[in-house]
Design a protein around this ligand. Structure first.
Ligand SMILES: NC(=O)c1ccc[n+]([C@@H]2O[C@H](COP(=O)([O-])OP(=O)(O)OC[C@H]3O[C@@H](n4cnc5c(N)ncnc54)[C@H](OP(=O)(O)O)[C@@H]3O)[C@@H](O)[C@H]2O)c1
Length: 222
């Protein structure tokens, strides 16, 4: 049994690889095979490569994501909404993970427990949104949550012991969160965040599939 981490070069992804040890397969734009969320061919090729290894993955964890970069910052107001920024957010935070699910969920074990976790964000929760702003990231993560829930329903028909969830990692010190670090905000190291999430992931059971969880195991509102 092995774990596959998507986005293995990222702050949280690298900490998962480190914590899970040598039987972990880390996939990223820089790995062999490379995996680029904006290139479905690379996702399909990585899935085919994994299938050819004759290994069984009991954990697949998607730690990819996009919040800022290439001149983009999260919108403070509707005045900041930009077509390219919104499309990029959806491409990386929603469409890319959906393609991971398309190609990798069928590779979960057929007759034993297997878990697919995608890292979402609490700001993607509509019910929890009391402060506004960040239109593109919020909307793309909300879409990711819907995709995760929908995929879990389909997965249950083919893999009754499999689990597919979205998880909020909490605020973690990575390049994604760096520009938004504020005094007084509790920021955890990637190693601590992973140490908190791993027991929650281990404790998930089939009745949890399709859910949106926080790193402490609590359920988040949609
Ligand atoms: N850090 C936080 O406080 C926080 C809070 C809530 C939710 N999250 C979520 O947690 C997840 C991990 O975030 P992080 O903090 O670890 O951020 P990070 O260090 O920026 O890692 C994000 C990873 O996504 C990868 N990625 C971006 N575009 C990609 C593409 N086209 N194809 C393949 N990989 C791509 C990046 O790859 P490269 O290394 O190749 O650039 C990077 O490794 C994200 O989904 C984020 O939204 C984080």
């Amino acid at each position: 049994m092995v774990a596959i981490i998507f986005g293995a070069a990222g702050g949280i992804g690298a900490a998962f690889v480190e914590a899970l040890g040598p039987d972990t397969i880390g996939l990223s734009r820089h790995s062999a095979p490379p995996l680029d969320l904006e290139d479905e061919t690379s996702i399909a090729a990585a899935a085919a490569w994994f299938a050819a290894q004759n290994l069984v993955a009991d954990l697949m964890l998607d730690a990819t994501g996009f919040l800022h970069g290439n001149g983009f910052r999260p919108e403070k107001s509707w005045a900041g909404i930009d077509r390219e920024q919104m499309l990029r957010n959806f491409a990386i935070n929603a469409v890319g993970p959906a393609l991971l699910m398309k190609h990798f969920l069928p590779l979960l074990p057929r007759n034993q427990r297997g878990v697919f976790v995608t890292l979402s964000a609490k700001v993607g929760s509509i019910g929890d949104n009391a402060s506004g702003g960040w239109y593109s990231y919020r909307a793309a993560k909300a879409a990711l949550n819907q995709i995760t829930h929908t995929a879990a329903l389909e997965l249950r028909r083919h893999r009754p012991l499999a689990i597919c969830v979205a998880m909020h990692p909490g605020t973690v010190e990575t390049k994604l969160s760096a520009p938004f670090a504020k005094t007084g905000l509790t920021v955890r190291s990637p190693a601590l965040a992973v140490a908190q999430m791993l027991p929650v992931i281990s404790g998930l059971n089939v009745t949890d599939t399709g859910g949106f969880f926080s790193y402490d195991g609590s359920l988040l509102p949609w």
